[in-house]
Design a protein. Structure first.
Length: 83
């Protein structure tokens, strides 16, 4: 990851453009959450999309979600899954 992020350019909307292997990689991030009536966060999700292109062709395009949600019994469930 040090190699890929060394030449990264970050913008103000949660996007990163950097050197991919091969080509150019664009990483988009979206953060979502919701608090309950007491102000405690009920759930949180971070959605990341990694898209690598070389000469206009897509080498790979991957979406990952991870975060947590509060279950009915008050416990927290952590998750990590792809789309």
């Amino acid at each position: 990851s040090k190699i890929m992020l060394r030449n990264a350019r970050f913008d103000d909307t949660g996007n990163v453009t950097t050197t991919g292997i091969p080509g150019q990689m664009r990483v988009s991030m979206v953060f979502s959450d919701e608090a309950n009536d007491e102000g405690v966060t009920d759930w949180f999700n971070k959605r990341e999309r990694f898209k690598d292109t070389l000469f206009g062709y897509t080498c790979y395009d991957m979406v990952i979600n991870y975060g947590f949600r509060t279950l009915e019994d008050g416990s927290r469930e952590c998750y990590h899954f792809g789309e």
